[in-house]
Design a protein around this ligand. Structure first.
Ligand code: DC
Length: 245
């Protein structure tokens, strides 16, 4: 008699995925703490700002945004041919961003992209395109996602929502230090002006403006160390996860 191998799918035990939303103003250190929490709790970290930056970089390269003027039809075509990937670099313990297979982590962090990204992020069809991708990413695994509208639009039912803030001066000083370390010749005044301009556009745009939802935990880190912040946030996440299990 022949041997038959019968494939019986093993029923996976249903395990609820956990969604942690980290929203807030630019340069509040959202990505730094979100990465640390992801590493400590075994969550996948997703930087949604990087996604808006990738679209901006490609829009600049394709000439569909020039001095803040956007060619919307051109931008729609750009989106059709755009593929964004995040790859984990184990040796650097970080996620790196790829645009159509090209490593663009450095380019998306420069001032040219920073100057135009709020304009791109205010366009409704860009947001719909990226929000769909973000929802897809949170479907099958537990994630900690940082951005501006994660708790309000992308995942209104997120398990835990944080809203990060710090004074504009504290944030500009942090960002200036980061850029200096990367060898940028930008002045402190330019950085402060960029931080304030982005705050204004992000909070006043028509589609998904940045705002704290009623159920978000406010974290003002002007006078907190990163370790204090991470400990505080993990405490909140654990309290929710203990309640759910
Ligand atoms: O977090 P960041 O500084 O890398 O974000 C870059 C820009 O993208 C910022 O101006 C706000 C915008 N953004 C957004 O509108 N929605 C998100 N979910 C993430 C970023």
């Amino acid at each position: 008699m022949e041997n038959y191998f019968i494939f019986v799918p093993i029923k996976k035990r249903h395990k609820k995925v956990m969604i942690i939303a980290v929203d807030g103003y630019s340069s509040t250190g959202k990505s730094t703490v979100a990465k640390m929490i992801a590493a400590k709790l075994g969550l996948t970290y997703i930087d949604t700002g990087a996604m808006y930056r990738v679209v901006t970089l490609e829009a600049i390269r394709q000439g569909v945004i020039v001095n803040g003027e956007v060619d919307k039809e051109g931008l729609r075509k750009v989106l059709k041919n755009l593929k964004i990937d995040f790859k984990y670099n184990a040796s650097g313990n970080r996620y790196e961003t790829y645009l159509n297979g090209e490593y663009v982590e450095e380019q998306i962090r420069g001032m040219e992209v920073a100057d135009q990204v709020s304009t791109i992020a205010a366009i409704d069809f860009v947001r719909t395109f990226l929000v769909d991708l973000q929802r897809e990413m949170g479907k099958s695994k537990s994630v900690i996602m940082d951005g501006r509208d994660i708790g309000s639009v992308v995942f209104p039912d997120a398990d835990v929502k944080f809203f990060m803030t710090a004074s504009p001066e504290v944030r500009a000083r942090r960002r200036y230090k980061e850029l200096l370390e990367k060898g940028s010749g930008v002045s402190y005044e330019e950085v402060e002006a960029n931080v304030k301009k982005r705050d204004y556009i992000d909070a006043h745009r028509e589609v998904s403006p940045l705002k704290q939802t009623d159920d978000a935990v406010l974290v003002d880190n002007s006078d907190m160390t990163i370790d204090e912040e991470v400990e505080f946030m993990i405490g909140k996440i654990k309290a929710v996860s203990d309640k759910q299990s």
